[in-house]
Design a protein around this ligand. Structure first.
Ligand code: ZN
Length: 369
């Protein structure tokens, strides 16, 4: 399913109306396909959320109410600000990062080439790509904490938009896309049509681009014979998170530092199970229903039965909004926040909980064959 919010602090030409216009155009495109006789293999639901700015209220209520059906949802595709400038950025769970790059390769860029070409160019670390302070609003949540390959960076999902309930409470694999730029009018009365027309996207080319990126994600997810998740990549990123957390713990606890080996072993097993499933996904010759079932449920298996310490509503073992970091994500949050609190017992307990989640997800993936 896909979604975007429709409430704004004031006029909200960029946040959220650039996203709403873009999502509605994607819906329009899907409607044209249906009229032409196309039938998606899976149902597509588009959500227009209210009260996002007041605390993600609309999407949260809907997600909680439909949690049982969402256990079968193959993806939640979010778009909040579709366009505040020309720089394409994306965030997702690691299993969908390559999917997003593939979609970007298939969509024409607003200035020629493909979205992927422009994305590659703008993410190169050149001096003229230096971030301006105003750009940081859109980009602060877009730098991945582990960059395990050389491709364009896809960020981690923290919070500040409507994917939160889907990923962090219900465990639906999620993505979030945007085209960003210097956007000093964020959440102010000046985020209006005049600003958008003069500075944001004067000829609405990026609006079209983002409608295509959003719509193509929905179409591909709905029609994939084999779900396009990459769990080997997921495992690699978790291994990198564990490495970083171990270093931090060694600094915080010295010789008392907890043993990370059980969790690292579980992450390695998860990565290996991901690699095996990837081979099956490429062959497409096995029992597809069983394969897709395992692929989808591996993400939910990463939910913690008791949730995170002090905030049990947040159940994902790998991603949460930071308690003190605003929009940015905290990775393996139970472990990292216990270390930050200097609570050794809690850190040990959360390492065990993480290892157990990874073992569960590995078993699910191994059920594919
Ligand atoms: Zn918004």
């Amino acid at each position: 399913m896909g979604g975007n919010h429709r409430d704004a602090w004031v006029y909200g030409a960029v946040d959220p109306n650039s996203g709403t216009a873009s999502m509605l155009e994607a819906v329009h495109g899907v409607g044209e396909l249906l009229k032409a006789g196309w039938k998606p293999k899976r149902s597509i639901i588009f959500g227009s959320w209210d009260a996002e700015e007041e605390g993600l209220i609309g999407s949260t209520e809907w997600g909680e109410q439909h949690a049982a059906q969402l256990a079968n949802a193959v993806a939640y595709l979010n778009m909040d600000v579709a366009v505040s400038g020309p720089k394409f950025v994306a965030s997702s769970v690691p299993s969908l990062k390559q999917f997003l790059r593939d979609v970007a390769r298939a969509v024409p860029g607003a200035k020629g080439g493909t979205v992927y070409d422009a994305w590659q160019k703008s993410s190169r670390p050149e001096p003229d790509n230096a971030q301006t302070p105003t750009e940081a609003i859109g980009d602060s949540r877009r730098s991945p904490q582990a960059q395990v390959n050389q491709d364009v960076p896809v960020g981690d999902l923290g919070s500040g938009s409507d994917y939160t309930v889907f990923l962090q409470h219900v465990g639906v694999p999620s993505t979030d896309v945007s085209s960003t730029g210097p956007y000093g009018v964020y959440h102010s009365v000046f985020d209006n049509f005049n600003w958008f027309k003069n500075f944001g996207d004067p000829d609405f080319k990026y609006e079209q681009q983002m409608a295509r990126v959003f719509g193509l994600q929905a179409i591909r997810m709905a029609n994939a014979d084999v779900l396009p998740y990459d769990y080997q990549q997921y495992g690699r990123e978790i291994l990198a998170y564990l490495d970083a957390a171990k270093k931090k713990a060694d600094g915080a606890f010295g010789s008392q530092s907890p043993d990370f080996k059980p969790a690292a072993d579980s992450a390695r097993k998860f990565e290996q199970a991901g690699a095996k499933v990837l081979a099956l996904q490429r062959k497409q010759s096995s029992d597809l229903a069983r394969l897709n079932h395992a692929l989808r449920n591996a993400e939910s298996a990463l939910l913690l039965p008791d949730g995170l310490p002090n905030r049990p509503w947040f159940r994902h073992a790998i991603y949460a909004p930071g308690q003190y970091t605003g929009y940015a994500a905290v990775v393996i949050p139970g472990v990292n926040e216990a270390i930050d609190k200097h609570d050794l017992q809690l850190a040990k307990q959360q390492i065990d909980a993480l290892a157990a989640a990874l073992e569960r997800a590995t078993r699910v993936l191994n059920g594919a064959h």
